[in-house]
Design a protein around this ligand. Structure first.
Ligand code: G6P
Length: 372
């Protein structure tokens, strides 16, 4: 009903708007007076966490994209090797797991069969499993060694939005916590990162307040057949997520690519007028990477692409090559997906609406896939 949707036309719009609160809620009660983490729910002994020698992160769909981001965070703050795997592929390989492997299983619903089977397989090999989940008491957390709940609140729209952002926050928290417990992240690093995370709620709010041009752009692209998304580093999973949202909601052909792969194939897809959305890493922290992505924007534009550039405030280098420029607040590189994902959600939602699609209940999809 309209009341349930809080005055919005769709649950998805409501859930997009709830993101500032959702990311703040996921931090709540998890930071002590000194700005360090207290994840009491992670009931895996510190002695066990200190012995971990490998981390594997699994999930499906949007949760898999959160898992891809987690890899960067885990490697950065723990120095541990970290693999990311689609839950549906995991147990059909011969994954190398033992008592020193920590498997992180990400699932909004906690009921996705592929993810459940992956975690069962991991536990059979003696690995410890930590769930990141949004649904209290669901099957995945019940079968895991521990759970860190995301506090997004109920997500009704099939396409995941606020659950994704809170999964990202939870992944950063777990990576930082592992770093804190193992001593691989310095105290001031943890405090700084936690401080940055605390500022994300406001940053997401800022992004949401500037979305009208993105909606306008979406409407103008309603008759296109293809949209391409490029990103690097943690911007790569964001590109994949942007493309997934467009497939799910707008039923358009959309693909996300690692920008570095452009010349190895995807650039052949660019025709006159092809919309190409590019997620640009922060210039200050990632100068080399930034320069390469700016070159990629020039390359696709030289072949006729209509470029939609998502870049942080103050990044002037991208301006000459952006047909459409979407500004996001400055964040550290690792945290940037928390702000760059938001315009892509709004973009997909508006495109779906412009194409007359059912936003909350896309055809052929289910909120939670409980079969393999
Ligand atoms: C379905 C949903 C997606 C979701 C995926 C994983 O495909 O449509 O939005 O990302 O399942 O769901 P989970 O509940 O495990 O996060």
């Amino acid at each position: 009903s309209a009341a349930e949707k809080g005055g919005y036309d769709h649950f998805m719009l409501k859930e997009i708007a709830e993101q500032p609160r959702a990311v703040a809620d996921t931090l709540l009660g998890r930071v002590d007076a000194n700005g360090m983490l207290t994840l009491d729910e992670v009931r895996i002994a510190a002695s066990v966490l200190r012995e971990v020698d490998k981390v594997v992160v699994v999930g499906c769909g949007t949760a898999f994209h959160a898992a891809m981001v987690a890899k960067y965070a885990v490697e950065h703050w723990t120095g541990l090797p970290c693999e990311t795997e689609l839950a549906s592929e995991f147990r059909y390989r011969d994954p190398i797991l033992d008592g020193r492997t920590l498997v992180i299983a990400i699932s909004q619903s906690g009921e996705t069969m592929d993810t459940l089977m992956a975690l069962r397989h991991a536990r059979e090999q003696g690995a410890k499993v930590l769930a990141i989940c949004n649904t209290n008491g669901s099957t995945i957390p019940r079968e895991s060694d521990a759970v860190l709940y995301t506090h997004a609140g109920p997500e009704v729209a099939v396409a995941s939005t606020k659950a994704f952002l809170t999964q990202l926050v939870a992944c950063y928290l777990v990576a930082l916590y592992l770093g804190q417990v193992r001593g691989s992240a310095r105290g001031d690093e943890v405090r700084d990162a936690v401080g940055e995370l605390a500022g994300i709620s406001g940053a997401v709010q800022e992004v949401l307040a500037t979305m009208e041009p993105v909606r306008e752009l979406a409407r103008s692209l309603a008759d296109r057949n293809t949209v391409l998304f490029l990103g690097r580093h943690v911007g790569y999973p964001v590109a994949l997520e942007g493309a997934l949202k467009l497939k799910e909601l707008a039923y358009m052909h959309a693909e996300g690519f690692a920008a570095g792969e452009l010349k190895h194939g995807p650039i052949a897809l660019v025709e006159d007028g092809t919309p190409v959305v590019v997620v640009v890493p922060p210039a200050r922290e990632q100068a080399v990477l930034h320069g390469k992505v700016v070159s990629n924007i020039q390359e696709v534009r030289a072949r006729g692409a209509r470029t939609v550039v998502i870049a942080e405030e103050g990044d002037e280098e991208v301006v000459p090559y952006a047909d459409h420029l979407v500004r996001v607040p400055r964040t550290p590189t690792l945290l940037q997906p928390l702000v760059t994902t938001v315009p892509l959600q709004v973009f997909a939602c508006e495109l779906a609406t412009a194409r007359g699609n059912e936003v909350d209940q896309p055809r052929n999809l289910a909120k939670s896939v409980t079969v393999e």
